[in-house]
Write a new protein. Sequence first.
Length: 202
Amino acid sequence: MHPKRFTFFVDCALDLVFLVDETGSVGPDNFDLFKDFIFRVIEFINIGPDDDQVGVATFATTAKTEFYLDAHLNKSSLLQAVQNISFLHPGLSITSRGLKHVADNFYNSTRGDRSGVPNVLVLLTDGNPLHPQIAKAEAEALKNRGVEIFVLGTSANTDRQNLLDIATNSEHVMTFSDFGKLDNPSFVLELLHKLMSICTTM
């Protein structure tokens, strides 16, 4: 697996999971903005069994797998799968259940996880988790397995400390005052730089 050089960053193979907040406070329109952000990230990277693989899960009161890492191994299929995700089970912001669901279902070889490839989780959320200490504990369990966790918070009312407790470090936290800020292409590139920097530190 060899890095491929782009104008803005060096793309290297990642096993990348997006965990997307589907709570009632997000709503279907803002949920679509989360999807659009993921779509734009994928447009910039290489997809395939020897390049980046992407999986998606959603959470609210419960958590759900949308698709696993090895479900879509070409870009067109993956982008279509992201577009097809529906806002179906809004509920409470029980982030801990989403984190546990990812830990239990994604980072294993039967679901496409690859030995020697960095495991990365990007949490997109609009608010504070219920039971923040449980969310922190679930995040720690993932980090202890070597998963790098990024958190994108999209609300001015979000307690930054809750995001810091979940993320690997403060550099892995990005906050926005509202969902509309996700539409700025510079934030997509900022996240890509952060994601691909993992390859040079592992």
